[in-house]
Design a protein around this ligand. Structure first.
Ligand SMILES: CC(C)(COP(=O)(O)OP(=O)(O)OC[C@H]1O[C@@H](n2cnc3c(N)ncnc32)[C@H](O)[C@@H]1OP(=O)(O)O)[C@@H](O)C(=O)NCCC(=O)NCCS
Length: 159
């Protein structure tokens, strides 16, 4: 495809949502990289991840930050071609702000994003939060043998 035939520039324009004292924003400049790294480097799915890798992953994604004032209290990112498929990852809410519906609101904002409509597949992996995503229409694969991956376990853990 010639570059002049492209119709849209990605990543798409920034969006934000406000509810009470909380905000959700897709502005990468608002992300508190140190804070996001502090959480992700302890998370069960990517423990020990280096901060440069977190930065690169955010640079290559559509990020969603949850903020209270200037403080980042949650995060998620969507990896997507904006046309057919998206993968939701690195979803978290800081412990002291859990249980107030913030992750449900985050899911509503993500799924309402105008550039994430009409996708054939929206997927994610989770160890124990199936109940959260089921509220938004996510289901277990009907046939798990149709899914394949190369997974490097404990890639970031120091031996
Ligand atoms: C999972 C997480 C993002 C939920 O955030 P939260 O803001 O506290 O969630 P909410 O208040 O919006 O409520 C979540 C809803 O999903 C349900 N749920 C299902 N599985 C859950 C789980 N493993 N953790 C939390 N809630 C879960 C809750 O019961 C709640 O339903 P309800 O409103 O009917 O009671 C948060 O607990 C977290 O950051 N956990 C650590 C990181 C993590 O596991 N991330 C998900 C990786 S896939």
């Amino acid at each position: 495809m010639k570059s002049e035939s492209r119709t849209l520039c990605y990543p798409p324009g920034m969006m934000s949502w406000q509810k009470d004292e909380f905000a959700i924003s897709t502005d990468p400049a608002r992300i508190d990289l140190k804070r996001v790294h502090a959480f992700l480097s302890q998370a069960y799915w990517c423990a020990g991840i280096p901060i440069e890798v977190v930065k690169k992953s955010i640079d290559g994604s559509l990020p969603f930050g949850i903020y209270r004032g200037g403080e980042q209290i949650g995060f998620a990112r969507v990896i997507t071609d904006y046309a057919t498929i998206a993968y939701l990852g690195d979803v978290y809410v800081e412990p002291e702000w859990r249980g107030r519906g913030l992750s449900k609101w985050l899911m509503e904002c993500i799924l309402a994003h105008p550039e994430l409509q009409g996708l054939r597949r929206f997927c994610l992996l989770t160890k124990d939060a199936q109940g959260l995503y089921a509220k938004f229409g996510f289901k277990n694969r009907e046939n798990p043998t149709h899914y394949m991956e190369v997974l490097v376990k404990d890639l970031y853990r120091k031996s």
